[in-house]
Design a protein. Sequence first.
Length: 131
Amino acid sequence: DKEWEVRKILGETGNLLEKFYGEQVVPEAAVREAERIAAGRPMTFSFGSVRKNQGETYRKEGKGVVVEIVRPGCEWSGNDFDLYDKSLVDCTFVNDTENLNELRQRVVTGFGKILGHQRGYPESTDESQNS
């Protein structure tokens, strides 16, 4: 009997899709679906688990940013599907607190900076975000 985790099954399924349709198949499908849902209206979407070099698709044409969340003490899982191109990361949040409200405030402040910068607003001087 082989023990399976849902996360591992999903990761391996992603590997198979990429093998048959190319590494950008999932983000390209996600972007198409987001554009369909938005139907020309201004909307913001979030896509989790950016694998390998898939950040390229989300960043294409200036339509997205790649955010990394790291937690000190958590190491790589050993799964190839957990690897990603760190050179594509625009912003890193460090999750080094047990206080959920503190982490939430870091993320809200950081995304405020990201969205403000994309819209041409000056950056805040708040330092609660690492980048």
